[in-house]
Design a protein around this ligand. Structure first.
Ligand SMILES: [Zn+2]
Length: 218
């Protein structure tokens, strides 16, 4: 077997070293740039490296621990509502070309892992890919928040028939990362247009997380 180094920090001979596993497991979820979207951890350090390894380098075994962190963000975002109704985790759709290039859909995989971790915690949760792109979207890199919102307006739609039998479930949008929140806002709009109200979203990481509700300094 080829030796595998820790995807978080490069420590030798383990895909996820104890220190990076601990950093992921003890991160404190909190609200992001969107108050209704909670993230498990800041997009920095080992968490950022682990997400990149899972998404871009196909380190699929990381889906378990990353999904557990996502599950904690789901519970943080829902608060007391977490057990009020069965949960429906709705992953943000990946562009078809990106799925082909990577050979997998990282967000769908994380959503499934998060649903499993929530079920282990005693909650009724399932993940269903309900959303797809209604039209191609320009690369978001380098766009301002307002430009991103314009770029994304009407970009997502709910798959016909996909929502069958899901009316009694509480939708929660899930993604690997939130930056400006424009994608999650567009996804919430698309769900609402189909009669599904997502009052919460959760991500593994965010460029801004406020675990205490206080804006971090620096
Ligand atoms: Zn490590």
């Amino acid at each position: 077997m080829l030796p595998v180094d820790c995807a978080g920090c490069g420590a030798e001979r383990t895909q996820l070293c104890p220190a990076c596993r601990h950093a992921l497991a003890t991160a404190r979820p909190g609200p992001t740039v969107l108050p209704w979207a909670h993230a498990a951890a800041p997009y920095a350090g080992p968490v950022r490296q682990l997400l990149l390894a899972h998404k871009e380098r196909g380190a699929l075994r990381l889906a378990g621990p990353l999904g557990e962190a996502l599950g904690r963000a789901v519970r943080s975002a829902l608060g007391a509502r977490a057990g009020a109704a069965p949960l429906l985790l709705v992953p943000m759709p990946s562009a078809r070309a990106a799925v082909r290039a990577r050979g997998h859909d990282p967000t769908l995989r994380l959503a499934g892992a998060a649903a499993r971790s929530l079920r282990r915690a005693g909650l009724d949760a399932r993940a269903t890919p309900l959303l797809r792109h209604a039209r191609p979207v320009a690369d978001q890199a380098g766009l301002t928040a307002a430009e991103r919102r314009r770029n994304l307006r009407g970009a997502l739609t709910v798959l016909p028939r996909a929502r069958h039998g899901l009316a009694d479930r509480q939708p929660v949008l899930v993604d690997d990362l939130v930056t400006t929140g424009a994608s999650l806002a567009e996804a919430a709009r698309a769900l609402a247009a189909a009669g599904l109200t997502a009052r919460a979203a959760a991500t593994v990481a965010a460029t801004e997380v406020h675990p205490t509700g206080v804006r971090p300094e620096g």
